[in-house]
Write a protein that binds this ligand. Sequence first.
Ligand code: COA
Length: 142
Amino acid sequence: MMVPTDANFEGNVFGGHILGEIDLVAFIAASRHARASCVTASFDRVDFLRPVHVGDVVDFTATITYVGTSSMEVQVEVRAEPSGGGDVRTVAQAFVTMVAVDRQGRPQPVPPLPLETVEDRLRFEEGRRRMEERRRTRRTSE
Ligand SMILES: CC(C)(COP(=O)(O)OP(=O)(O)OC[C@H]1O[C@@H](n2cnc3c(N)ncnc32)[C@H](O)[C@@H]1OP(=O)(O)O)[C@@H](O)C(=O)NCCC(=O)NCCS
């Protein structure tokens, strides 16, 4: 539940607070999959679609959509609803890239992602394309 310290003086929750929570749930999902510690390698653009207010209950759902050798793409959906119940609204969505690391902070391989349904395979393929795009962008900005 969002409390006054998460928000500005008008009761609107800071985007940075939501980003921090997205990072945390992405970390939990990735570390569980990798069975190793992970670091945040990158955040894609995040759009805040609707405001979140003090008193809202915010739900974060993390899904691993793609895994490479040591990297994982985690999709995080953020939904909010008033604490007394009411309309559930999607307030943000983000893609976070997490990398599994060993004790020295070096990337380490992660297990493959089980792809059981057509939807899983489609999501994986889309994730692979986004990951390639990120690689291309990184190369051109280096
Ligand atoms: C992320 C990190 C471990 C990558 O280490 P590196 O030595 O550059 O490793 P590599 O180039 O071999 O890349 C390892 C994997 O990370 C991916 N990766 C590296 N930088 C990335 C980025 N900016 N965005 C997305 N993926 C990235 C690579 O594509 C590669 O994926 P793969 O193993 O699935 O093919 C390293 O850059 C790091 O420690 N960064 C700081 C992370 C951190 O502290 N985050 C919190 C900030 S407060």
